[in-house]
Design a protein around this ligand. Sequence first.
Ligand code: FES
Length: 147
Amino acid sequence: MNRKKFLKTCGLACVSGTAIVTLLQSCASSHYYATSELTENSLKVLKTEFTQDKRGQAINRKYVLVKAENLNFPIYLYKLNETEYSALWMECTHQGAELSAHGEYLTCPSHGAEFDKFGNVTEGPAQKNLRKFKTTVEGQYIFIQLS
Ligand code: FES
């Protein structure tokens, strides 16, 4: 390999590496995990978790992800309005992979199934809708009923 070809190859590798790191960082920051508290049979989430302060401006989140120590998968919590939320178990109904959230829908990285924000299958191979949890709102809190 001559010097010019070597420098060109190194330059491309450097640019590709930078692009991959940037892409991974943007993916990592696109999901917000809300702080939650496990009460008897529910997870308690503050409504303010749907608001983000970005340089002094309040920005509303459409959804947050909720994790708890004893749960194998996160819960996707989508805000429909001030009193209604959609809470979905993020386990694919095809073969049990963890789903990825993308705003108003979820996808499965294993075989490409898709679900809408209500947990309905919109693309196979999954055939069953996602497990849904009942939610209630009391004061400043959203309660996700786990059983
Ligand atoms: S495990 Fe999700 S589509 Fe197969």
